[in-house]
Every structure is written in C-alpha cells, then in structure tokens.
Design a protein around this ligand. Structure first.
Ligand code: AVJ
Length: 306
C-alpha cells in the first residue's frame, strides 16, 4: 500500500498551493476524525444515519430476497460497521469482508463485531476501495454494501468511476445495497452539517490538527472556523475551513499564508433525488432493482444488480 503519511503531505502541499485551496475529504478520517464522525451520526440534526438504519430494518425481508441470501457481504468504507449487523441479519451472510482506509479503526470495530458474532467469518481489508481491489477467494456471487451516502463525497464523474470499480471488485452477478442521501430543504441540509453542539465543526477542524500532528504543522487552529453551505446548482453541501484573520503557517516543510475570509475546501456531500440515483446506477453499469425511502423522503436505500 502507498505510504499514507507522505500521501497526506503531498495532498496538503498541492491542495494549499492552489488559488482555491482544497484538501480531499478522505483525510478527515484519521482515528480522531473517525471518532468524531461516529459522534456526528448520533446528532439530532444528522438525519442520515438513523433514517438509513430505519430503512434497513423496515425492508430487511425484501433486502434479503433481492440482494441474495447467504452471499458473502463486502462492505466499502466499513468504519465502525454500525449498520452491518442489520444487513448480515437481513441476508443471512456468514462471511463478511470489511474494507476501510483506516486500519486502526477497522481493527477496533472488527474486534467488537467478532466478539458479538463468534460464528461470523470476518476477512478485513485495509485499503482504498476507489480503485478495483483483488479480494481473497470467496464463494460468489457477492453482495456489496455501501451505506451512509459515502458516495456523496465524490463528484459525479468520480462517483461513476467508483461505482464501476465496485462492480469490478465484486465480480459477476453481484448485487449492491447502497444508501444515498436525498436532495431536500437547504435549512435541514445546512443544519445537518453545522450542528448546534459543534461536533461537525470539531470534525472539520481536526483536519488542521492532523496536519499539525503528522506534518509538523504550525497552524493556529483558532484562526479558522467551520462553514457548511448548500449549493443547489451543484447539488452538494460544501464544508470549508475559513480563515478569520490573515494567517501564516508551516506544514509539510512549506510555508503558506492566507488572507482573512479565504477558505480551505474540505468536503463535498452530494445529494441525489431517487431518479438521479437510478441514473447514477445506469451510468456506472448497474441495474437498479429496488429502492425505499422514509415518509419524509430524507434518504434513499437502493438495491442494484451487476
Ligand atoms: C460520511 C461522507 C457520508 O457527507 O454526510 C458528515 C460525512 N461530513 N458530516 C456526509 C460528513 C460532515 C458524511 N459522509
């Protein structure tokens, strides 16, 4: 695997050297960032997790039938694997292959899952699922699980490429159970990404702390503020770190300066109508089989087939 630390250093150097500064969202998820994201999933304003959980429970029988009973489940971006038991129960899977970029986080979550389900065969893979991966030998066809609207982190072209990669990784006759957040009222969206308790702000600012920790950074954290904005035309929530004053700092062996009001773009979270989600499936070579949403239409749960 590529050296993650120097990867991060290169991303920070090139991202902060551009006139529109940007650091790819995947760097938000170090161990601390993954912990903060777990806290986000329990916030009252953050509807995606509880809504998707409700959909997985409510439609368990159909999910099992449509995605194929007893198939190995391969989860992309497994994180804490909080929703995994729901899909394992719905499909009766006995083999579980979690893939996540954060090795430490993966190990902790898998130890807990193994303790709760001693009969489950767990084959964890630490890696980047945005490229086709070679899986260990498994008795296919496979069921992919891509919950949490992680797909929303990718712009449309990258989302199509990623979904094609997943299809290639999973192989013939696979199915994919994917959660995709819906377009909705901008007030609800912006509240979900700028909660009253300030957890999302801490999650975003942790990226600067990570730079200081891992790349010998000297960023004064208090010179930055969290901002979340919905862009209707682009169909995405953007997270930024905004400089509240002129600021100069070192990171990864370089010097950077920013004027008051300048921002570092740290995450996009794209939202899709149910119809747009189906178009996304077709554009990436998947066949949409079924989808469900909650009564308020906040979130979509889809089953696709290869
Ligand atoms: C993990 C990418 C699905 O976009 O909702 C939550 C990340 N960022 N709050 C999302 C996130 C700020 C989350 N995803």
């Amino acid at each position: 695997m590529a050296d993650v630390a120097s990867d991060f250093g290169e991303a920070v150097i090139s991202g902060l050297s551009q006139p529109r500064r940007i650091i790819p969202a995947r760097y938000l998820y170090d161990v601390r960032g993954s912990e903060l994201f777990e806290q986000i999933t329990r916030l009252p304003e953050y509807y995606p997790t509880r809504t998707e959980t409700l959909l997985l429970k409510r439609h368990a029988a159909d999910l099992g039938r449509l995605s194929g009973r007893g198939r190995p489940v391969v989860e992309f971006g497994a994180g804490s694997a909080a929703k995994t038991p729901l899909l394992l129960d719905a499909t009766g899977a006995t083999t579980y292959v979690p893939i996540d970029i954060s090795k430490e986080f993966l190990e902790g979550a898998m130890a807990r899952l193994a303790a709760a389900r001693p009969a489950l065969r767990i084959v964890p893979i630490a890696g980047d699922f945005t490229h086709p991966l070679k899986l260990p030998p498994l008795a296919g066809p496979l069921t992919g699980f891509f919950p949490g609207s992680t797909i929303g982190n990718f712009d449309h072209r990258s989302a199509v490429n990623l979904l094609r990669s997943l299809r290639q990784t999973l192989g013939p006759a696979a199915s994919l159970v994917i959660g995709i957040d819906s377009r909705k009222n901008s007030r609800l969206l912006e509240a979900a990404y700028d909660d009253a308790a300030g957890i999302t702000a801490a999650f975003n600012l942790n990226l600067l702390q990570r730079i200081n920790r891992e790349l010998d950074g000297t960023i004064p954290i208090d010179a930055f503020e969290h901002r979340a904005v919905w862009h209707d035309g682009l169909g995405r929530v953007e997270m930024h770190l905004v400089a509240n004053r002129d600021v100069a700092f070192a990171a990864a062996g370089r010097r950077f300066s920013m004027g008051a009001g300048e921002t570092i773009h740290t995450e996009n979270s794209y939202k899709y109508t149910l119809e747009e989600a189906r178009l996304l499936a077709r554009a990436s070579g998947w066949e949409p089989l079924a989808f469900w949403t909650d009564p308020d239409g906040l979130f979509g749960l889809h089953v696709w087939t290869a």
